[in-house]
Write a protein that binds this ligand. Structure first.
Ligand SMILES: Nc1ncnc2c1ncn2[C@@H]1O[C@H](COP(=O)(O)OP(=O)(O)OP(=O)(O)O)[C@@H](O)[C@H]1O
Length: 306
């Protein structure tokens, strides 16, 4: 069914750069995403995630470098290449004046691999009636309808750009359940961009972190999480100068106890704390949310207190 599935990467960029005037949105990016599973791309606002999707999908030209999607040059995607790719973005842009039935019929004609069972299965999670106009659907229903249309296309690659933005907890859950458990997703590589780490933790097999247009991490989410540790130290008086603390992401003093979030530090960090006068030292694991957010905030952080 999927001829690129064993042929390596669904997405490959080399030296990919995109500038908007003087602003660099993507900075010499070398990225290779293997086929299969769910890949999450995370990064602070303005990290370049949406720009990357737009370039990969051929909606925007790159300034320099190469971008390939499903083995094809992004600049030269044909209609039949596009049939192999589903795209859902936060705006859920569909013709508001058309009915659900009319949009569905149009898509069915457009996509030769259209699967009615896949459409019915996904839309079944939402209270959408075929006679409703798209503009009359709630935001969550529109997101579900969009997902159903994309999956009915039977794409080899599904690109989701913040698909659950603005949805309530119930709609989010329905969306994620579909992504995780629907038969329609089987065999499809999913690339998912979100700021919501609890979602990423739930669905992603691979965590890609972007920062200012560059790649900072590609690994299973748990591997990244375990690179960040939380240390609690009972140090009388002032703690060490933050500039001397190896791998420091965040420091706080709560009720006289020092808390440090650090990156890539092993047991030698305990020795460092003891050498700084700590009497008692404990190491705690952190959530993915905390690990990613402290990593991303580091760039923007004000000097941390001693
Ligand atoms: N059309 C444009 N003209 C000028 N600058 C742009 C344009 N689109 C994006 N940018 C800039 O490019 C950078 C990357 O933007 P992009 O939308 O790709 O980031 P993002 O990671 O998707 O952000 P967010 O999480 O906020 O959606 C930002 O600094 C943004 O200001």
């Amino acid at each position: 069914m999927n001829e690129t599935r064993h042929a390596g990467y669904v997405i490959e960029t080399r030296g990919l750069t995109k500038r908007y005037g003087k602003k660099i949105a993507i900075d010499h990016l070398d990225l290779a995403i293997e086929s299969g599973s769910i890949h999450a791309i995370v990064g602070a606002n303005g990290a370049g995630k949406s720009t990357l999707f737009r370039v990969l999908l051929g909606f925007l030209p790159a300034t320099s470098g190469e971008a390939r999607i499903l083995g094809r040059d992004s600049r030269r995607l044909t209609p039949s290449d596009r049939e192999r790719i589903g795209f859902v973005n936060e705006e859920h842009t569909l013709q508001g004046w058309m009915t659900v039935a009319a949009v569905t019929a149009m898509q069915r004609r457009q996509y030769p691999r259209w699967s009615q069972p896949a459409f019915d299965e996904v839309i079944g999670h939402y209270n959408v009636q075929v006679g409703q106009k798209v503009s009359q659907l709630s935001r969550g229903e529109r997101a579900g309808f969009n997902l159903a249309l994309s999956l009915a296309q039977r794409p080899e690659l599904l690109v989701l750009d913040e698909p659950t933005l603005g949805l309530d907890v119930v709609a989010k859950r329905a969306f994620l359940e579909t992504l995780l458990h629907s038969n329609a997703v089987e065999g499809c590589t999913v690339i998912y961009c979100s700021h919501q780490m609890e979602e990423v933790e739930r669905v992603a097999d691979n965590l890609i972190i972007m920062e200012r247009g560059a790649l900072r991490n590609v690994s299973p989410p748990d591997d990244f999480r375990s690179r960040v540790s939380h240390w609690i130290a009972d140090i009388p008086f002032r703690g060490p100068d933050p500039r001397t603390i190896p791998g420091l992401l965040d420091a706080q003093r709560i009720d006289g106890i020092h808390h440090y979030l650090v990156l890539d530090q092993g047991e030698e960090f305990a020795e460092f704390l003891h050498a700084c006068g700590a009497r008692d030292v404990h190491r705690l694991p952190v959530s993915l949310d905390r690990a990613v957010n402290s990593f991303l905030s580091k760039q923007h952080a004000a000097p941390v207190a001693a």
